[in-house]
Design a protein. Structure first.
Length: 127
C-alpha cells in the first residue's frame, strides 16, 4: 500500500509539472501539433526515474515522525532537490536570459514541491 501511495504521489506531481511546463505556451502557430497526453508522458518518462531514485528512499526509510516530513519542511526539500537536479542536468548553466527559463529550471522544482507535499500527506494518512 505504501508503494502504491508513493507512485500515485509521483504521478500526481508529474501532472502538476506538466501543467507548469505548458502554462502560458501558445501552441496555435506550431508546425508540429503535440498532444497534451504526449507532453505528460514526456514529463513522466524523464521526471519519474529521477524522483523514484530520490523520493522513494526518503519516503520508505525516514520515519513519519521525523522533522523532514513536516508540512513546511518536506516541500522545501523537494524544491531544493528539484532545482539542484535541473542544474545538474543543465551542466550547471544558470542563464536567466534564456526564453523558456521558468519551464527549464523551475518545473523540476515545482514537481519536487508537490511530490514531497503529497508525500507528506500520504505518509501522515497511511501509517
Amino acid at each position: 500500500m505504501r508503494l502504491f501511495s508513493a507512485l500515485i504521489c509521483l504521478l500526481l506531481a508529474c501532472l502538476i509539472g506538466y501543467f507548469s511546463m505548458t502554462l502560458g505556451v501558445d501552441r496555435r502557430g506550431e508546425a508540429w501539433a503535440v498532444s497534451d497526453f504526449y507532453i505528460y508522458i514526456f514529463v513522466v518518462v524523464f521526471a519519474l526515474p529521477f524522483w523514484l531514485f530520490l523520493f522513494l528512499p526518503l519516503y520508505f526509510l525516514v520515519p513519519s515522525k521525523s522533522i523532514a516530513w513536516r508540512w513546511y519542511i518536506a516541500p522545501i526539500i523537494g524544491v531544493l532537490v528539484g532545482f539542484v537536479g535541473s542544474l545538474i542536468l543543465a551542466d550547471g548553466r544558470f542563464d536567466i536570459r534564456e526564453q523558456p527559463f521558468l519551464r527549464i529550471y523551475f518545473a523540476p522544482a515545482i514537481v519536487g514541491f508537490f511530490t514531497f507535499l503529497l508525500g507528506f500527506g500520504f505518509k501522515s494518512q497511511i501509517k
